[in-house]
Design a protein around this ligand. Structure first.
Ligand code: DGT
Ligand code: CA
Ligand code: CA
Ligand code: ZN
Length: 577
C-alpha cells in the first residue's frame, strides 16, 4: 500500500509551495520538498512508522517526522493549515497552473489581487500583466498554455492512480462468495495514459452482495448511482468507479463491450452485421432469430467474427481489426520480455536510494542486466563530478557478479545542451557502457533549433538512447515542438534508440509517436528512470504504452540478450546488421 505515502508527500509538497509563496525561507521550502519526494519514494508504508522510523527516511529530520506523526494520528497538520489560512484557495489553484509557479502566483495576488483562473484569464486579455516585473508577452503565452494543459487534463487521472484504486477494488470484490470472475475493463485495461473513470466487471449469478460491498468500501466517499446492473461511486480523491455485474455466461461479451474503445466496438459490431449477427454486452446473436451464438469468453466472440483475440492495448481502431483479419496482428511485447532496465538513478544524484539498494531491488525483480545512469555535470544542481562518477564505476564493477543472474552496466544520463552537445568529451564518454541523453533545459527554443538539437545528439557516437524524447509531463508540460519525423529518421540512421519512459507522469514517447517512429525502423528502450526501488514497478506502464504503439520484443533493445545489446551500443552499422 503506497497511498499514505502519497498523501504525506502531497501535504509536504503543498507546505513547501506555501512556504515559498508566503515569502518564507527558501531553504526550508527546499527541505520540505526533498522530504516530500523521499516519503513518496519510500518502500515502507509511512502510516506504520513511528517518529523514529520516519527519521530513517532520507531527508526526513526530527521536525518533519513530528509533523508527519501528528498528521497520521489526527489527520491534520497544523503547520500546513496555518499557512493555508493566509492564502485564498484561488491562489493555490493558480499555483497549480503548470507554467506559472508559486512565486509568480503570489505576485499576481499581491499586486493585481488575482485569486482565480478566470480572473487571471481576464487580466491577460486586458494586458494587465505586462506592467508586472518579470512578466512579458512570452510569459502570458506560457501561462495561457499552462491553463490549456490543465483544462485538457480535466478530471482525468494518471494511469497508475487509477490502477492502484482498481486493483484494490478487484481484490476486495474477488473475495466475495459467488464471484466467478472480476477484473477492470475500460480505458484502464487498454492502458491509456490517463483514465476518465474506472470500470470494474464482475461475473456472478446475483449482483446484490457485490453492489452492497462496493458502496461500503473504505475508499468510497460518495455513491453516485446504485442499481442492479450498474453502481457508480466516487472515491475521496474524486475518481469515479463504475461496477457492472454480468451473468457468468455473458462474461466474454460483457468484457469485450466494456473494454472498448467505442471506435473499436463500432468496428466489431460492423463485423457482426457483416456475418448477419448482432453483438451486444450480452453476447453475439443471430440477427434474424435472436438466438445466442456465443458469449462466454472474449476469444469465442472474436473467433465467431472471424478474428483472433485482439489484445486490449490494440483496441483503439488503429487498424487492429483489418490486421486481425489478415492474420497480421503484432506479437506484442510483454513485461516478461524485458531483460533489463537502461535508465535508473541513485542517491549520487537525485535518486533516493543508494546504489546497493537499487541493484538489490532490480535483482529481486528478476532482471538480467541493469544500468545505473546518474545525471551528468551540466545539470548543475545535481553536482556530479568526474571523480564521483568514476568512484561510482568502481563500486558498480565491484558489485557486478554479486548477483549471479544479473549483470551491471555503468552509464550516465547526459544533458542535451541548447546546441545539441552533451556533457563530457568523447574520450571520457567512451568509458561508459552506455549513455542516455535527454533534454532538461531550454524547452522553448523553436522548432528548427530543437529539431537540429535532437538530431545532433543522435549523431553523437557515444549517445545510445534519447531519454524521455519529448520531455512532456502529462497535464503539465507540453511536448517539445520539433520535427519528429526528422528525429525519428536520425535515430534509425545512427542506431540511437528512443526511450519509452515508464514513469506514469511521462509515458514518453507516447503511443502515437511510437507507431510513427516504428515506421522509420527505430529501436526503442522501455526504461523506468527509477529514482527509488518502488519506481522499478512502473515498468508495466511503459510496456503497456509500447503495446499501444504495436511494438514487439524485437523492436525493444532491452528485451535482447546482453551480447546483442552490447553490439547495438557500439553504434556502428555493421554491428547492428
Ligand atoms: P475513459 O473512462 O474516458 O478513460 O474511457 P473508457 O474507454 O473507459 O470509456 P467509458 O468508461 O465511458 O466506457 C467504458 C467502455 O464501455 C467503453 O470503452 C466502451 C463501452 N461502451 C460502449 N458503448 C457504450 C455506451 O453507450 N455507454 C457506456 N457507458 N459505455 C459504452
Ligand atoms: Ca472508463
Ligand atoms: Ca465508465
Ligand atoms: Zn533520468
Amino acid at each position: 500500500m503506497v497511498r499514505p505515502n502519497e498523501e504525506v508527500e502531497a501535504l509536504l509538497q503543498e507546505y513547501a509551495d506555501l512556504v515559498l509563496i508566503t515569502g518564507g525561507d527558501a531553504f526550508k521550502a527546499r527541505a520540505y520538498e526533498k522530504a516530500a519526494r523521499a516519503v513518496g519514494g519510500y518502500h515502507a508504508d509511512v502510516s506504520r512508522l513511528d517518529a523514529k522510523g520516519l527519521q530513517e527516511i532520507p531527508n526526513v529530520g526530527r521536525s518533519i517526522a513530528e509533523k508527519v506523526t501528528e498528521y497520521l494520528r489526527t489527520g491534520r497538520m497544523p503547520a500546513v493549515e496555518d499557512v493555508r489560512s493566509k492564502i485564498p484557495p484561488g491562489v493555490r489553484e493558480l499555483m497549480g497552473i503548470p507554467t506559472l509557479g508559486p512565486k509568480k502566483a503570489m505576485l499576481l495576488y499581491q499586486d493585481l489581487h488575482i485569486s482565480s483562473v478566470p480572473q487571471l484569464l481576464d487580466a491577460i486579455h486586458q494586458e494587465r500583466l505586462r506592467d508586472l516585473k518579470g512578466f512579458g508577452p512570452k510569459t502570458e503565452e506560457n501561462i495561457l498554455h499552462g491553463i490549456a494543459l490543465m483544462q485538457a487534463a480535466g478530471d482525468r487521472v494518471p494511469l497508475n492512480v487509477a490502477m492502484e484504486v482498481a486493483e484494490d477494488i478487484v481484490a476486495e470484490l474477488s473475495a466475495i462468495t459467488g464471484c466467478e470472475r472480476c477484473t477492470y475493463a475500460g480505458s484502464l485495461r487498454r492502458m491509456r495514459e490517463t483514465i476518465g473513470d474506472v470500470d470494474i466487471l464482475v461475473a456472478a449469478r446475483g449482483s446484490g452482495p457485490f453492489m452492497a460491498a462496493f458502496t461500503r468500501l473504505p475508499g468510497t466517499a460518495e455513491v453516485i448511482a446504485r442499481g442492479e446492473k450498474k453502481t457508480s461511486i466516487r472515491t475521496a480523491k474524486g475518481l469515479q468507479v463504475d461496477l457492472r455485474v454480468v451473468p457468468p455466461d455473458s462474461w466474454g461479451a460483457g468484457l469485450q463491450y466494456f473494454t472498448g474503445s467505442r471506435p473499436h466496438n463500432i468496428r466489431t459490431r460492423e463485423m457482426a452485421v457483416h456475418h448477419k449477427l448482432k453483438l451486444s454486452e450480452y453476447g453475439l446473436f443471430h440477427a434474424k432469430s435472436g438466438r445466442k451464438v456465443v458469449s462466454r469468453t472474449e476469444e469465442e466472440v472474436y473467433a465467431r467474427l472471424g478474428l483472433p483475440w485482439i489484445p486490449p492495448t490494440l483496441r483503439e481502431d488503429r487498424g487492429e481489426v483489418a490486421a486481425g483479419l489478415r492474420g497480421e496482428l503484432p506479437e506484442l511485447i510483454q513485461e516478461a520480455d524485458i531483460r533489463g532496465d537502461l535508465h535508473t538513478h541513485t542517491d549520487l544524484t537525485d535518486g533516493l536510494a543508494p546504489l546497493e539498494e537499487m541493484v538489490e531491488a532490480a535483482a529481486r525483480r528478476g532482471l538480467r542486466y541493469y544500468a545505473i545512469t546518474d545525471h551528468a555535470p551540466n545539470l548543475s544542481m545535481q553536482r556530479m563530478t568526474d571523480e564521483k562518477v568514476l568512484a561510482q564505476r568502481e563500486r558498480v564493477r565491484e558489485l557486478d557478479g554479486k548477483h549471479r543472474k544479473m549483470r551491471l552496466l555503468h552509464g550516465t544520463e547526459l544533458n542535451i545542451d541548447a546546441d545539441g552537445s552533451v556533457d563530457w568529451p568523447p574520450e571520457f564518454l567512451a568509458g561508459f557502457d552506455l549513455c542516455v541523453a535527454s533534454v532538461h533545459s531550454h524547452f522553448n527554443q523553436g522548432r528548427d533549433a530543437l529539431t537540429r538539437r535532437l538530431v545532433t545528439a543522435c549523431e553523437h557516437p557515444e549517445v545510445n538512447i534519447i531519454g524521455h524524447p519529448t520531455t512532456r509531463i502529462i497535464g503539465k508540460r507540453p511536448a517539445l515542438d520539433m520535427d519528429l519525423d526528422a528525429v525519428f529518421a536520425a535515430c534509425a540512421r545512427t542506431g540511437t534508440a528512443l526511450e519509452i519512459n515508464s514513469h506514469p507522469d511521462r509515458l514518453d514517447l507516447c503511443d502515437d509517436h511510437i507507431l510513427r517512429a516504428k515506421r522509420y525502423g527505430v529501436k526503442f528502450a522501455v526504461n523506468t528512470d527509477a529514482h527509488a526501488p518502488l519506481h522499478l514497478a512502473n515498468l508495466r506502464y511503459g510496456v503497456g504504452t509500447a503495446q499501444r504503439g504495436w511494438l514487439t520484443a524485437e523492436d525493444v533493445i532491452n528485451t535482447w540478450p546482453l551480447d546483442r545489446l552490447r553490439r547495438f551500443l557500439r553504434k556502428d552499422a555493421l554491428a547492428r546488421a
